[in-house]
Design a protein around this ligand. Sequence first.
Ligand SMILES: [Zn+2]
Length: 188
Amino acid sequence: MIDPRETLREGDALLVIDVQNDFCPGGALEIPEGHKIIPPLNKWIAAARELGVPIYASRDWHPERHPSFEPHGGPWPPHCVQDTEGAAFHDEVDVGDAIVVTKGTRFDKDQYSAFDETGLAEELRRRGIKRVWIGGLAQDVCVKATAIDAAKAGFETHVLPEATLPVTPEGGAEAVAEMRKAGVTIES
Ligand SMILES: [Zn+2]
């Protein structure tokens, strides 16, 4: 595992993707052992804060009847419904002072990526960000989509393998291959 204090520098941003109750054990769309990414992620968050590196925390924030929900034609059980406990950030993830990026609020489509029509790429460019470091849930869904979009938007993109987990191991392996193909660096 690389040391965040030795790694982060000016021009970096940390992106914490969807560390919400519904994606952790006991949640509506639980990722097996999803909560285990929180301690390593918190080390990155603490280092970022110390070094003045901006921290953005995305959240899936669905209206009731969202089209990604099975009863409304989507692939997922209902999850992260706005203002519910399931949509809240996990108690242990240290994102109290992070800038929140909200996605998944539209009725016409889902948004897996924190960059999908959120204006995040423009925001990061305005701040002079060149590199992004990404962790969170799930590796094979929203982390993958966010990392690929970050690389496409021209950011040097790194995913922290100890700070992300997939819905399924097979999905995780495919996600790693797809992200690498898109130019994302996955530290090992
Ligand atoms: Zn969702």
